[in-house]
Design a protein around this ligand. Structure first.
Ligand code: SF4
Length: 376
C-alpha cells in the first residue's frame, strides 16, 4: 500500500469508528424532536448508526430534512401496521443454505454480512441488520460456493447484505475471486449503499481489486438528490473509470422523495455522475416502516412524469417486490389502450392517441409481392 492508498484507507475506518450510535452522542449535534428522543430513549430496541459523513449532510435545523428522516428513528417506528411483515420479500423461504437466496433459476442473492455503515430507517432487511453485527463465516461461504458450483444454471450472483463493502478488502476479494472461479458464473453484482453513506470506502485499492473481476456491476442505493455529495461523486467517478457499470436503486419514501420534482432531480443528478437509474421500489412492508409507505398511485404519477419528460435512460423501472416472495413485479402507467383486429391503440407521454397496425402479412400475387397499395 503506498502513502496515498494508506491515507485513503484511514478515512473509512475513522468513519466506522466515529459512527453515531447513541442518543447522547447524537444530542451533541442535533436538537432532537420529542418523537426522535422517544424512539431513542432508554431501552430503545431501535438500533441506530450514522456515519460522520452522512451526519454532515443532514440539515440540523429541519426535522423534516429528507436525510434526517432516513437516519434518525422516530416514535413512528414503534408502531406496527397489520400489513407489516418481518421478511417482506420472503427471502427466508428461498434461502437454500445460510445467506444464499435462490429464487430465480439463473441467479442468486448472497447475503454476506449484516453490517452497514448506516442503518436506514426504512430498511427492508431490518430483521437482519441492527442486531448483533455478523458476517458469513468461511465455512458458510464455502457451502454457498458449493451450492452455486453444483447448480450450473446459475449465471449471475448478487452480493449483498447488509452492505458487502463493510467487509475488508481482503474478504471482498476472496469472495469475488471464489465466485469468479466458478465457470458458469457470467456476471457478479454488488449491492451497496456505502458510496452514499461512507463514500471514502471507495478507495483506490478497493477499486483496483474490483476491476480485476469484470464483468462486475454495482447497484447503489440512492434516495434523494441531497445524498449526492462531492465525496459520493468522486467515489462513483472512480468506480465508473474502472469500468464498473453503476445502477441506482431507489425506495419510494413518503415525505422524502415522493414527488415527481424530487425524483426527476434525483435521476438527473444520477446520470450526471454516471449512475444509470435502475429501479424505483415501492416501499416494502417491513415492520415499523408503514409511515414511509406511499400509494402506488403516487409511484405511477411519478413514472408518468418521468417518461417522455426526460432522457429515456434516466427513467428507471418502478417495481413492487411482491409480498411473501413473489419477486419483482414491474408496474407502469398504461400506454396500450386496446388491442383488437390487428390494431394496437397506444398513447404517448402527451396522452395523444396512435394506432399501430400489426400482423398484416403481405399477400403474394402471381407476379410476386403485392405493393403496399394492393395490400390495403
Ligand atoms: S444500507 Fe441497505 S441493508 Fe443497510 S440498513 Fe440501509 S437499506 Fe438496509
Amino acid at each position: 500500500m503506498n502513502n496515498e492508498e494508506r491515507v485513503a484507507d484511514i478515512d473509512w475506518h475513522q468513519q466506522i469508528k466515529h459512527r453515531i450510535t447513541t442518543i447522547e452522542e447524537l444530542s451533541k449535534f442535533i436538537n432532537l424532536t420529542e418523537s426522535e428522543s422517544k424512539a431513542l430513549g432508554t431501552n430503545s430496541r431501535l438500533r441506530m448508526s450514522i456515519t460522520p459523513h452522512f451526519l454532515s449532510l443532514i440539515d440540523k435545523n429541519d426535522s423534516n430534512c429528507p436525510l434526517r428522516k432516513q437516519a434518525i428513528p422516530t416514535s413512528q417506528e414503534l408502531n406496527f401496521s397489520e400489513d407489516d411483515l418481518s421478511d417482506p420479500c420472503g427471502e427466508e423461504i428461498d434461502m437454500v443454505v445460510q445467506g444464499l437466496v435462490h429464487r430465480y433459476p439463473d441467479r442468486v442473492l448472497l447475503l454476506v454480512t449484516n453490517l452497514c455503515a448506516m442503518y436506514c430507517r426504512h430498511c427492508t432487511r431490518r430483521r437482519l441488520i441492527g442486531q448483533k453485527e455478523t458476517s458469513l463465516t468461511q465455512e458458510q461461504l464455502d457451502i454457498a460456493y458449493n451450492y452455486i458450483r453444483k447448480n450450473k444454471k446459475i449465471r449471475d450472483v448478487l452480493i449483498s447484505g447488509g452492505d458487502p463493502l463493510m467487509l475488508s478488502d481482503e474478504k471482498i476479494e476472496s469472495i469475488i475471486k471464489s465466485l469468479r472461479a466458478i465457470e458458469h458464473i457470467e456476471i457478479i453484482r454488488i449491492g451497496t449503499r456505502t458510496p452514499v453513506t461512507m463514500p471514502t470506502r471507495v478507495t483506490p485499492k478497493l477499486v483496483s481489486i474490483l476491476k480485476k473481476y469484470h464483468p462486475l456491476y454495482m447497484s447503489i442505493h440512492f434516495n434523494h438528490p441531497k445524498e449526492i455529495s462531492q465525496e459520493t461523486k468522486i467515489a462513483c467517478e472512480m468506480l465508473a473509470d474502472a469500468g464498473i457499470p453503476l445502477g441506482s436503486q431507489t425506495v419510494l419514501l413518503k415525505g422524502i422523495n415522493d414527488t415527481p420534482k424530487i425524483m426527476t432531480n434525483l435521476m438527473h443528478e444520477l446520470i450526471k455522475i454516471r449512475v444509470k437509474p435502475y429501479y424505483i421500489y415501492q416501499c416494502d412492508l417491513a415492520s415499523g416502516t408503514s409511515h414511509f409507505r406511499t400509494t402506488v398511485a403516487i409511484g405511477l404519477k411519478i413514472m408518468e412524469l418521468l417518461r417522455g419528460h426526460t432522457t429515456g435512460f434516466a427513467v428507471p423501472t418502478y417495481v413492487i417486490d411482491a409480498p411473501g416472495g413473489g419477486g419483482k413485479v414491474p408496474v407502469a402507467p398504461e400506454y396500450v389502450i386496446s388491442r383488437s383486429r390487428g390494431n394496437v391503440i397506444i398513447r404517448n407521454w402527451k396522452k395523444e392517441i396512435y394506432v399501430y397496425p400489426e400482423n398484416k402479412q403481405p399477400r403474394v400475387s402471381r407476379e410476386g409481392i403485392l405493393t403496399e397499395k394492393e395490400v390495403r
